[in-house]
Design a protein around this ligand. Structure first.
Ligand SMILES: [Zn+2]
Length: 254
């Protein structure tokens, strides 16, 4: 997760003389050397840097409340859209079934040739599977996704506390969930890179910009908090099924 800001290679953990645990830039060893001259970073110092980073990026409580409210509003709108769309799709599917019936009747009445029957049947079948696939998408569990996003927002509002209190394995999982990479330069954090779900939360250019909830796929692996996790107590951080975050994300309007 730690990356050298000078040469872009990963930092690797090593134990020197059986007692000093430190990170060094992989660009300094082996055949793929980059000529990088970055100093090593003691593991304990790296932990402090990450803690400081969480303190800096943690969202103020007022933002957490506002974002949670915005998310709820968005979900309500999405649910209304989805039910409307379901009605439209149901009509479409039943219309296609009618068409199929008419087509068969026309064929048996010798009104159309076999070729045309086949062509039209293929068209109807394709249209049906498109509609059915969209239907299945709409059945996606919006409420479950809302829970995941609500949890992400809460975690964004207390990540420093959570990290500080957590034991090392939980800290690592917290880092995995939030941080894609932390670029280190001269023993300091140069810049962080966040996972897809936390990117818009932590990298907002100004507090006045609204976050948007968008129904679209993002890499589920980028957000691994399972349901029921309580970011308030990092010890309970449960990194279970990732799939639920599936098709909802927060985005920053451009
Ligand atoms: Zn380097």
């Amino acid at each position: 997760m730690l990356v050298c800001a000078e040469c872009g290679r990963r930092l690797s953990l090593t134990l020197a003389k059986g007692q000093y645990l430190y990170f060094y830039c992989l660009g300094q060893k082996g055949v793929a050397r980059t000529g990088c001259a970055q100093p090593y970073v003691l593991a304990a110092d790296a932990g402090r840097l990450v803690e400081k980073l969480y303190r800096k990026i943690q969202l103020p409580e007022t933002w957490v409340e506002r974002l949670t409210g915005e998310l709820e509003e968005e979900i309500v709108v999405r649910q209304a859209d989805a039910s409307e769309r379901r009605v439209v799709l149901a009509k479409k599917v039943s219309k296609l079934a009618d068409e199929r019936q008419k087509l068969l009747r026309a064929y048996y009445a010798n009104a159309i040739p076999l070729e045309l029957l086949k062509e039209d049947q293929d068209r109807i079948t394709a249209a049906e599977s498109t509609a059915k696939a969209e239907f299945a998408d709409l059945e996606g569990d919006l409420t479950g996704r809302q829970e995941v996003l609500t949890m992400a927002i809460r975690l964004a509002g207390n990540c420093h506390e959570a990290y500080r209190k957590a034991r090392p394995p939980v800290r690592r999982r917290l880092n995995d969930v939030v941080l894609r990479a932390v670029y280190i330069l001269d023993g300091n954090v140069h810049r962080p890179e966040f996972t897809e779900i936390f990117e818009p939360l932590f990298a907002r250019p100004s507090s006045s910009k609204r976050l948007k909830v968008e129904v679209a796929g993002f890499e589920p692996a980028s957000f691994n908090l399972g349901s029921g996790a309580s970011p308030g107590a990092a010890g309970d951080l449960d990194l279970g099924s990732a799939a639920r975050a599936g098709a909802l994300r927060l985005t920053q309007p451009g």
